[in-house]
Design a binder for this molecule. Sequence first.
Ligand code: ZN
Ligand code: ZN
Length: 211
Amino acid sequence: MKKQTKPPICPHCGKEMQKWATPQFNFSDGLGWGGPFLYVCFNDECPLYVEGWESMMEHYGQVASYRCMCDPDTGTIECLPVLAPNALKGDIIDEVKKAEEKARKEAEKKALENLRGYRELKDVNAILKVLLNKKELALVRKTAANYLGKLGDLKCIEPIHNHVFKDPDIQESVEHAIELIHETNFTKECPYCAEIIKARAKVCKHCNREL
Ligand SMILES: [Zn+2]
Ligand SMILES: [Zn+2]
């Protein structure tokens, strides 16, 4: 038995097994499931599962059955008890992913709506806050950078100029926004002291160096 990197075939029915997210509550107490998921055969025609209902009733007088499961870390095949045909199915990882994706899309939509509101109000500080918030989604932060560029307020250059944006896409949007803000204000950055000066200045008024 060895580590399974792709879904194994159920030895009872020959169908491919599916990733099943193990219940979260067993993580903290250190009992139960070893990893974040197991492979489970969800084929309702799987002989182990079909015969399980009869065998459980016969031996234990209980309405229950088994699904074939495989531990991805060891490749060990075991039986996972189920009490109803749809039991466990809600936790198939694909479905978990879909739900997460849906929640992410909704959060993104809401955040973009808020941003549009700030833009209409020309609330530069609120937009800055979104851009600098590491927890915000990348698309939302990029949009915030675009809006700052379009609003062209010089005071937002300082807080974003020296900020390190780990996402290169966000960084690029920020640099573009800074360029736009300078264009709007006919300004540039002094190459020596980094202060904001007039685009046409021949001498920097901050460091007195010739440009
Ligand atoms: Zn099976
Ligand atoms: Zn200077």
